[in-house]
Design a protein around this ligand. Structure first.
Ligand code: AMP
Ligand code: GLY
Length: 441
């Protein structure tokens, strides 16, 4: 089949890398791609936001399956448009994407479906929200209803900070129209976990668990980013929890979505808080996470194109997903200053020491251990034939090995070989899992 991937970051590089190994794929295209992706997929010079352009391209080139990476085209209705023209697409319709694009939609659906989630109230009126907060004791979380680039959520330990967050969203409109409506919810404690499920409207298959690292600095300090690293599986949580999440979260959600006439096809990314036996959904996303997709694609075994096509065609019942039991981890190399302002166009050196044919001691060690190292491009560009930085998150150095410890040391060894001015990374990716493993060995 001919496959078109929509997007241009590390997530899409990981998807293209796995798709390029699918037996059934004989043509791979990516709009708009990046220097890493362009080595695997034919670049298509169309923006991921250009839905009419993408539709025309898919039609003219007899694309059999389009796989959407980011949420924006889904929120803008790319799947509706492709469906209307009889083109296969992996990703939910605009109405089903509300699980991510409207927090109040997701919370109300969870309440209706009996999916465990924090108590909440929804407000369109600032005065009513203010009165609610004044009468409420204890920490709360204030969330702008709409898409706010991951910045619309404030965890508020006291009433003063909650009032500030509310005024920021509703009065000052810091997140634009996304903050016209807010969700105020009870603040939960515990450990965060991400779970991914491939969905075809009715059936779901587990794609594995991950833990992300959102804060920019070690020890979860500093402002939030899109994600500085991720690993999978998560040794703190086992297969029994995976089954519970499928049963108590994913399946009831799919049933409720179908009952509303907005069945969900695509990947459901569930953000959870786990506190002992208690599980609660913090949020849904309707796409793969980035960088989470990078370790997940390392572990994915089998024909990815077939699996995504089965989801798009509503026939997951007869499909299966296999994940390697090995551990995979992605360490993000970011531009100096990110998530604030940063410069672009800085030369990147050292990638050939990982990917080139030149032998080295490290490569021999990786080969002997059965470790795989792969560098996914997130924000890079070519300038006069040389690789330069072109985004906040520049590269995802991803490794898979028999143990998490081995995967981490390979990823960090690889990350240290790559140089660009201002480069920074977290040094504690996977630390929580390593501590857990040390305590339980
Ligand atoms: P969300 O985008 O809704 O996942 O929220 C972003 C982050 O805010 C989450 O990853 C959590 O760290 C935190 N958060 C969201 N909701 C809650 C909650 N009810 N209790 C505690 N922390 C939360
Ligand atoms: N890494 C978090 C996300 O993709 O939403």
């Amino acid at each position: 089949m001919k496959v078109l991937v929509v997007g241009k970051g590390g997530r899409e590089h990981a998807l293209c890398w796995r798709l390029s190994q699918s037996q059934t794929v004989r043509g791979l295209y990516c709009a708009s791609g990046n220097p890493g992706i362009d080595r695997l997929a034919n670049p298509v010079a169309l923006s991921p936001a250009d839905i009419q352009g993408l539709l025309g391209f898919a039609r003219d080139n007899s694309i059999d399956l389009t796989v959407v990476g980011p949420e924006e085209p889904l929120a803008a209705g790319i799947a509706d448009e492709f469906n209307r023209h009889g083109l296969r697409i992996f990703g939910p319709t605009r109405a089903a994407a509300q699980l991510e694009t409207s927090k109040s939609f997701a919370k109300n659906l969870m309440r209706e479906a009996g999916v465990p989630t924090a108590d909440f109230a929804v407000f369109d009126d600032f005065e009513a929200a203010r009165r609610y907060l004044a009468a409420h004791r204890g920490p709360v979380v204030v969330k702008a209803d709409g898409l706010a680039l991951g910045k619309g959520v404030s965890v508020c330990p006291d009433p003063e900070s909650a009032m500030r967050a509310l005024a920021d969203a509703m009065e000052r409109r810091r997140f634009g129209e996304a903050g016209a409506r807010v969700v105020i919810e009870q603040c939960l404690g515990g450990e965060e976990l991400s779970f991914f499920a491939l969905c075809d409207g009715e059936n779901a298959l587990a794609l594995g668990m991950c833990q992300d690292h959102k804060a920019v600095f070690d020890g979860d300090r500093g402002p939030n980013t899109g994600g500085m690293g991720a690993y999978s599986p998560v040794p703190q949580f086992g297969a029994a929890l995976e089954e519970r999440i499928l049963d108590e979260v994913v399946r009831p959600t799919l049933r409720a979505m179908k009952a509303r006439g907005t069945e969900f096809r695509g990947v459901l990314f569930v953000g959870l808080m786990i506190d002992g036996e208690q599980i609660d959904v913090l949020e849904f996303n309707v796409r793969f996470g980035d960088p989470e997709c990078q370790p997940l694609m390392m572990r994915f075994q089998g024909d990815l194109a077939e699996a995504l096509l089965a989801a798009a065609e509503g026939r997951l019942e007869r499909a299966a997903v296999n994940l390697s039991p090995s551990s995979a981890v992605a360490v993000v190399l970011a531009s100096g200053g990110y998530p604030g302002d940063y410069r672009k166009g800085i030369p990147i050196a050292g990638l050939e020491r990982i990917e080139g044919a030149e032998p080295s001691e490290l490569k021999v060690k990786w080969a002997l251990d059965g470790t795989r190292v792969k560098v996914f491009h997130a924000g890079t560009a070519l300038r006069d034939g040389a690789l330069v930085t072109d985004g906040g998150r520049v590269l995802g150095v991803t490794a898979m090995a028999r143990t998490l410890g081995q995967a981490l040391s390979a990823a960090y060894d690889g990350a240290d070989l790559i140089q660009f001015e201002g480069k920074h990374m977290r040094r504690d990716i996977g630390r929580r899992a390593l501590d857990y493993l040390a305590r339980n060995s």
